[in-house]
Design a protein around this ligand. Structure first.
Ligand SMILES: [Ca+2]
Ligand SMILES: [Ca+2]
Ligand SMILES: [Ca+2]
Length: 405
């Protein structure tokens, strides 16, 4: 290969580098259609200071052009907004856009897609193919919201949404999904459904109001669940396999909370919850697990842990109906202690059943038990500790307990 054949290739590369990406934009029959090219396009779409139906598209990086220009203003947007950015790492910021529906497709690449203060009568859909995705939907109203990514790490923030449903679908990768309201309560969602693939995933929720069910499911990987200061219909979380760290605090539920995880070293904490339904924690722990439920009021309580040395602590929790704790194999420690609740007459009002399983376990009880109580140490050398302030309405049964303290 001589120098002659080398030069033209170099020139082609140079002209490609100088070629600024171009985005085409048109309004046809009231619908806005935006199409990016294979370069890294960066555009803003907004309506600031424009008449109704007008929309402005302009370059965010100084090199991307829209219809060959730095900026264009289009007239007559009344319908759908359809944006297809294609390959390349694209950035799209939409602000104050009103339309019938939105499809914002980042395509492949490491995209940054933001929908801010927009209103759609119908559905909002933000989707991508593979790449690292940064997606935010803030202060936006839509009939339904759906965000889907095609593999790779993603950070998805839904902030102060008003919508019937939020659906998030991610494939494998490290996924961080956050749903935030604010202290003034500008968040009104019918239901939330998040499904992630393999990878370490995080779900964060704060100041959110969800009337119906919040459903989160993960597959392999170490997962995090954090819910704080929210009002929810119910919560169902499935960590899949791997370690789980979950903390749900200061939240009111019309229904129940269910947390499930398999094959991990798990930590589950619940503090200051009010529930119309049950707290159900089902862990198939394979390494030391910890479940701590404190300062809650709940209709029913059920905690199941796995084959490792687990610690289950229930403190200052008013349980209206049944309390069940089953810790399976391992040297487990179970504490049921309601000495500090205001309701000293009967904090565990219904039936209490503790099954400590195989292993040398410790069961520690305090406070008021109002119903029938059974503390079964299972196989092993098990100890029951009676803590100060303990009172029974009915004499408990304590099978397979070898020592008392
Ligand atoms: Ca892209
Ligand atoms: Ca165990
Ligand atoms: Ca035992």
């Amino acid at each position: 290969m001589g120098a002659d054949s080398y030069l033209p290739a170099l020139e082609r590369l140079e002209s490609r580098l100088l070629l600024a990406g171009d985005v085409s934009a048109v309004i046809l029959g009231g619908a806005l259609k935006v199409v990016g090219d294979t370069a890294d396009n960066a555009i803003q779409i907004d309506t600031d200071g424009l008449a109704q139906g007008q929309v402005r598209l302009y370059s965010l990086d100084g090199t991307t052009t829209v219809n060959g220009l730095d900026s264009v203003t289009l007239d007559g947007l009344t319908g759908r907004v359809d944006i297809r950015m294609g390959d390349g790492s694209d950035q799209v910021v939409m602000h104050g856009v009103t339309g019938k529906s939105l499809r914002l497709d980042g395509g492949a690449g490491d995209n940054n897609l933001q929908v801010l203060s927009c209103t759609f009568k119908g559905s909002l859909q933000v989707c991508t193919l593979t790449g690292t995705q940064n997606i935010a939907v803030k202060d936006t109203h839509a009939s339904t919201m759906r965000v889907s990514t095609g593999g790779g790490d993603s950070e998805i923030l839904v902030h102060e949404p008003v919508t019937k449903s939020v659906n998030v679908r991610n494939k494998d990768g490290h996924q961080v999904v956050s749903l935030y309201g604010n202290i003034d309560g500008d968040c009104d969602v019918g239901s939330v459904n998040v499904k992630n693939g393999n990878g370490d995933n995080e779900f964060w929720m704060e100041f959110a109001k969800v009337r119906g069910k919040v459903s989160i499911s993960n597959r392999q990987g170490n997962d995090l669940l954090r819910v704080d200061d929210s009002t929810l219909g119910s919560l169902a979380f499935s960590g899949g396999t791997g370690n789980l760290w979950a903390n749900v605090t200061k939240t009111t539920f019309k229904g129940s909370v269910q947390v499930k995880n398999t094959n991990g070293a798990d930590t589950v904490m619940s503090d200051s919850l009010q529930l119309g339904g049950a707290i159900k924690v089902q862990l198939k722990t394979t390494q030391a697990g910890s479940v701590e439920i404190t300062n809650c009021a709940v209709a029913q309580l059920q905690v199941v842990t796995g084959q490792s040395d687990d610690t289950v602590t229930v403190k200052n929790v008013n349980v209206l109906r049944t309390t069940k704790v089953q810790t399976n194999a391992g040297s487990d420690q179970v504490t049921l202690d309601n000495t500090a609740t205001n309701d000293t007459t009967s904090a565990f009002k219904g039936t209490v059943m503790v099954k400590a399983g195989i292993g040398d376990d410790g069961i520690h009880v305090g406070g008021a038990f109002g119903g029938k109580a059974t503390f079964d140490g299972g196989i092993g050398s098990d100890t029951l500790e009676e803590m100060p302030g303990l009172s029974w309405v009915k004499t408990p049964t304590m099978p397979r307990v070898e020592a008392f303290s």
